[in-house]
Design a protein around this ligand. Structure first.
Ligand SMILES: O=P(O)(O)O[C@@H]1C[C@H](O)[C@@H](CO)O1
Ligand SMILES: O=c1cc[nH]c(=O)[nH]1
Length: 315
């Protein structure tokens, strides 16, 4: 077998245009399939009436933790003054699988994606196909996350304008059929700007727009000294963090690259909003009390909720 690995550059790849009208999947095989089983959310286009269940979806909100996404769904019930059908409680629609959670509150889906790009990539494929099978149009996808900040007061909120990998490259490199394909990671600038304009000036924390580094790991990938392995010194770590900070990186997390690349490839409008849990220029360990972290995690949720309300014309 050949060991030659051709590399496609970001420039060689198509520029993806935003989708108008019912969302199409960019995979010609899907329409030839007798059945599409969305295995990790225990749904399918033959076993479920996906149009009936999901056709009104306009906003899909992703976040790492199942509990956060359940809380977000409960919060959206309040914000939208949404009445659940008589006799029904909020339920995890993906309960037949224990991989991810999926809640629906009117036009809003709240989905967990787990940690890291591989986990996000799987749920992204299935949710994208779900909204396609349901015939949804003009859908906006959000990631509501947590991150480590650089030179920011912990609890600050960062709206990502550009997601880069651990080498500061604005594309996601994926090994496909023995080739390395580079998928550009572009987010929708108008959505990011609109979110920024909606940050409450009365907040006692800052909300900024900036570049986010998305890594493959929480410890060595993010230059921590507190993992089980570490082959560099504190000086090396600080030199790296200061270098990327000087190159405009405001925060570090693990999914914005895959999220941005997938949304751009799909032609779906998207934004990433993460709270910072600590200042990485000052330390590695997250030792802030749990109740404070819980409160901070609500900050991106409130911003996204304000955007959704505005776009639904709710005062
Ligand atoms: O959405 P979450 O809070 O899961 O995002 C960040 C990146 C990793 O998934 C995780 C690491 O603690 O938090
Ligand atoms: O430092 C942090 C905090 C949250 N999530 C990350 O990926 N890194």
């Amino acid at each position: 077998m050949s060991t030659f690995i051709p590399i496609k550059t970001a420039e060689q790849l198509a520029t993806y245009v935003p989708q108008l009208g019912p969302l199409q999947v960019r995979n010609p095989h899907i329409c030839d399939m007798k059945e599409d089983v969305l295995y990790h959310i225990a749904l399918g286009n033959k076993t479920h009436d996906l149009k009936d269940m999901f056709k009104d979806v306009k906003f899909v909100c992703f976040g790492g933790s199942p509990n956060r996404m359940q809380s977000f769904a409960k919060y959206m019930i309040k914000v939208l003054n949404y009445k659940l059908p008589a006799g029904q409680d909020l339920c995890d629609i993906a309960h037949g699988s224990d991989r991810y959670v999926l809640y629906k509150v009117g036009p809003v889906l709240s989905v967990s994606h787990g940690m890291g790009s591989p986990s996000l990539s799987i749920i992204f494929h299935e949710i994208y196909k779900l909204v396609h099978h349901a015939g949804c149009s003009d859908v906006v996808f959000f990631r509501i996350g947590t991150s480590g900040g650089l030179g920011l007061e912990p609890g600050s909120v960062v709206i990502t304008d550009e997601a880069v990998d651990g080498l500061l490259r604005p594309y996601m490199e994926v090994a496909t059929l023995g080739m390395l394909l580079q998928h550009p990671s572009r987010l929708t600038q108008e959505v990011a700007q609109e979110l920024l304009s909606m940050a409450d000036p009365e907040n006692d924390f800052t909300t900024i727009i900036g570049k986010t580094m998305s890594t493959l790991d929480f410890y060595e990938g993010q230059a921590r000294l507190d993992g089980a392995f570490c082959d560099y010194t504190e000086e090396d770590k600080m030199a790296f963090l200061k270098r990327i900070h000087n190159r405009g990186i405001c925060n570090i997390e693990m999914e914005s690259l895959c999220f941005a690349a997938s949304c751009y490839r799909a032609g779906i409008k998207s934004a990433v909003v993460c709270v910072t849990l600590l200042d990485r220029l000052k330390g590695d360990q997250i030792s802030t009390p749990h109740d404070v972290l819980e409160e901070w995690q609500k900050r991106p949720q409130r911003l996204i909720a304000a955007y959704i309300k505005k776009h639904l014309g709710i005062e």
